[in-house]
Every structure is written in C-alpha cells, then in structure tokens.
Design a protein around this ligand. Structure first.
Ligand SMILES: *Cc1c(COP(=O)(O)O)cnc(C)c1O
Length: 500
C-alpha cells in the first residue's frame, strides 16, 4: 500500500515513511492511495486478536516484513501489557446490545490500543529509513494521552519520550500516574501554566529549525505520537473486526449480518477506523457518532455545516471536549473520491472563518454511513445510572455518551440490527462522575480521588484495576517543574549536554 496526502501536494510514500512523518509536509493527512480490496463474508480475517491484527497490518504495511509485523503485534498485545486474554473482550448486555471493552491496556483507556503498538512500528520504520538517529517523542498532554504514550514508549529501543504536563490541568490521579512512570528512556516534566501554554511550548520547539538542525547533528530526530499518525489509526481498525468475530462466535448474529457500532467521538480517530473497517468489507450498518455538548460533529453530520465558532465547554467526558476533529479531513477526502482541491478549500475556510459547508452529495454519502446526536452531562449521568441498574454493568462517562446516543438512535430510526458500543475507558478512570451518577449528592462529599476509587470498588464489588491500586505506594520519580519559557533550553540541555 502506498499513501498520499489529503491536500494533494505530497509524493506517494510507503508505510514506514508515512508513519515516520506523521503529518504530510503539505499540512494534510496521509491516506491509503491504492485500491482497498474488501473482504467477503467468507474471507473475513479470523482467529484471535493478534491474528486478526497481523492480517490487517499486512494489507496496509506492505513494506514491513512478516517478522517485523509479528514482532510489533507480539510486543504490543500480550498478557503483560493487557489485563484480559482477549485484549478487547465483547460483553453482551441484552439480546441486541453489546459492549466492546477497549480499556484493558496499562492505562485503562482505549488510546493504549494504538499507543502500545505505534512505538514498535515507529522503531521498525526508523531502521528501514537507514537513518540511525534516535527518535525523541515530545508530547504535551492534558491528561490521558501522556500516560498512555509513556507506557507505550517506555524501554522501546532507539526512542526517547519526553512528556510535558500542565501543573494545573491534570487530575490528581493523572499526575500520580505520570510522575511515578518507570522506564529508562522516559522524562516527565511539569510546566507552570495551563495546557495551552504547554502545548505552545512544544509547538515552538517543533517549529524551530535551528534547534532541529542542532539536534540532528547530535543524532536526534524529533517526532510526535499524535492521533493523526496513520500508525495510530491502523491499529484501531483491528478491534472492529475482532468485535464482529466475537459476535459470530457468541452466536449473537450470523456471519454476513449487519451490525451498528456506537462510538464516543472526539478527534474522530476511533470512528474513522470503523469507516475503514467498513470499506474493508465488514458488514456495518451505521456508525453512530456520539458527541457530548461540544456537539460540532453531530451538527455537521446532520446539516453538512461544520461550525467551530463556539466556546469549548468542559464536560464530564473530557477526552471528547474538542472543537476541531482533525481526522474528519480524511473522511472528507474519501467521501469526495479523493478530491484534494475541495478538501483544501474546506480546510482553508475552517482556518479563515471557523466554518465550512459541504455540498449536498457529500452530505448524502455522509448520512448513509453515519448517524449522530449528542448527550449533555445530565443525560450522561442518567445513562451511567440506568445501565448499572438495568444490566448490572458499570460504564464510564465517555461510554455513557455512546449509550445515550444509541438510545436516541434506536428510538428514532427503529433499527433492528444488533449494536456494539465501543467502551473507551474503565469506570475507575472517572470515579468522580460514576459515583455522582450512582449515589445521592450528599452521600460522598469532599473525598480525594484515591478514596473514590476505594468507595467505587466497595459499593460495586468490582475489583480496583491493579495499576491504580498500586499507584499510591509508588515512588515519585519525576519532580522537575519548569516555566514555558524554559522548555526550549531545558530540552537543548537534556539532549546535547555530554553525559546525558
Ligand atoms: C480519546 C478518547 C475518546 C475520543 O476518541 P477519538 O478517537 O478522539 O474520537 C473517547 N473516549 C476516551 C476515553 C478517550 O480517551
């Protein structure tokens, strides 16, 4: 498979180079350029998670050898990295309602699935490029991505990772998860300021050509692990196939029957992987795009107008608080039959005016594949509560947004296909909201996050995930704090001082 850019101004590249570059030089996103041959019902990839992953990677990573793919899959998905033998187990709640648990990785959120394997793909890509420099991953994080990246990149040869987090802007648990991080190649630094200050500092480093050149001379190459890298999208295609496989094996449907996937959506990465799964022939009826009150995407899918001219609201599903969903650009490129000119025009409009309106034909094809609505915080809490009472199954607020929107879909469209909700985080990651949803307001007040975890486990009888249970006792390893203005010099010293 070759790749090229949604903006049409970049040469074809093979997978290794595509993953190494991350974003296309013309500012667009890389997409598969060659024909995608769909599977038929009888030829759908079979086996366990690892076997399905291997089959799908082979289609898209043509320049990786079988041994390289096998190594990446084995290193990413095993009993040490994931706490469930199926990696992404499917749970049945009722006749036509299923939940795909995507949070059995080291940090208990779905980003682990891609970030466990990306470092290995990246490492192989560097080796193939013939460039012997060491990759340095720089990440600014407002919460979950940083920890997930740290766990994925720790001790991967040939790669260093540096995570910057805003001192005021992550939760107590998130901070503890990061400052206790183990690994010989990891650095975690608190930045005085908020997420925007931190993010700006990282961007300035990336844009500084003098520093980049100086680092290149010392044998370092800067890179990011952000969610527009094709190497993060591809691993997510796998679990759609594995969910379907489990449905067939559990006799919840017959091979070939259609299913709905319900996806709590932020940057449009998870659901776009579902789109590619459908292109690969997986029998998907609708992709139900579930938004929180930052409902830019649901407005877009229903009207064809993408309008980011609104204030970002803080919701109970913070990983979905987003106004510009970057990965949508890939979908627009696909729906217009790879029309880079039109994509360029819309993306320029978005930057210049904050909105764009797609044509009727694009909107129709969008609505054939996707259905969308949103849930506010009240509805989110209600869905956590109802799901627990009706099915004795506890969900986190992101998954609850999905459940709420699925209810709306089934109510309005009267669709009879089975539905799979993609569960994107363990309820123990967002204990404040789950406790608020389950118990009366006055029952638990003024308690720390660590206490909440214990309460939730006691009240529900669900064991505390091991990495969270151990967290309080772990030694603190990263105590450094700098100002945004010091980020540049700090990095320069860290990488270029002798002995480091
Ligand atoms: C990142 C994230 C999402 C949103 O996924 P996208 O791929 O950005 O749409 C949803 N839920 C959780 C818990 C996440 O961490």
């Amino acid at each position: 498979m070759r790749y090229y850019s949604t903006r049409g101004q970049t040469e074809y590249s093979r997978a290794a180079e595509t993953i190494l570059k991350g974003i296309a030089p013309d500012g667009g996103l890389f997409v598969p350029a060659d024909r995608i041959d769909p599977y038929t019902t009888n030829s759908l990839p079979s086996g366990n998670y690892q076997e399905i992953a291997t089959a799908i990677y082979r289609l898209f990573l043509g320049d990786f050898s079988s041994a390289e793919i096998a190594h990446a899959v084995r290193s990413a998905y095993n009993r040490e990295t994931f706490d469930h033998p199926l990696i992404t187990p499917l749970k049945q709640l009722s006749d036509k309602l299923h939940v795909l648990e995507l949070w059995h990785g080291p940090t208990y959120a779905f980003k682990d699935i891609a970030l466990q394997v990306l470092p290995h793909l990246l490492n192989t890509a560097v080796q193939k490029s013939g460039d012997d420099s060491e990759v340095v991953i720089l990440t600014a994080t407002s919460g979950d991505t940083g920890k997930s990246a740290l766990e994925g990149f720790r001790d991967v040869p040939g790669i260093k990772i540096i995570v910057y987090y805003p001192e005021k802007g992550v939760s107590e648990i998130q901070k503890m998860q990061m400052i206790t991080q183990e690994g010989s190649n990891v650095t975690v630094i608190a930045v005085k300021g908020n997420f925007d200050d931190t993010q700006r500092g990282v961007k300035q480093i990336f844009n500084d050509q003098r520093l980049t050149a100086q680092l290149a001379e010392k044998g370092y190459r800067l890179s990011s692990a952000n969610s527009i890298n094709w190497g993060r999208l591809l691993p997510q295609v796998v679990y759609y196939f594995f969910a379907y496989r489990q449905l067939v094996e559990q006799q919840a449907l017959q091979a070939g029957e259609k299913v709905n996937f319900v996806v709590p959506t932020g940057n449009f990465g998870n659901i776009l992987a579902g789109y590619y799964a459908r292109r690969l022939g997986l029998p998907i009826n609708r992709l139900v795009c579930s938004a929180n009150r930052n409902n830019v995407l649901s407005d877009f899918i229903n009207s064809g107008l993408y309008d980011s001219r609104r204030n970002l609201q803080c919701s109970l599903s913070p990983s979905m608080d987003i106004l510009i969903s970057s990965n949508l650009e890939r979908l627009l490129f696909e729906l217009t039959g790879h029309d880079a000119e039109r994509v360029n025009y819309w993306m320029r409009q978005l930057v210049d005016t904050g909105f764009y309106q797609v044509d009727r034909k694009t909107m129709t094809s969008l609505q054939e594949l996707f259905w969308s609505d949103y849930a506010d915080d009240e509805e989110t809490l209600l869905s956590i509560n109802e799901t627990y009472r009706n099915y004795n199954y506890l969900i986190d607020p992101h998954t609850a947004v999905g459940k709420n929107v699925l209810d709306k879909y089934l109510h309005r469209e009267r669709n009879h296909c089975p539905s799979v909700i993609l569960s994107t985080a363990s309820p123990f990651k967002f204990t404040g909201s789950t406790i608020r949803a389950l118990f009366s307001k006055d029952r638990y007040k003024n308690i720390t996050e660590f206490e909440m975890i214990k309460i939730l486990a006691r009240e529900t009888g669900i064991p505390i995930p091991p990495n969270l249970a151990k967290l309080e006792e772990k030694p603190l390893r990263h105590r450094q704090m700098i100002t945004p203005r010091e980020m540049y010099n700090h990095l320069q010293n860290l990488l270029t001082q002798p002995g480091k």
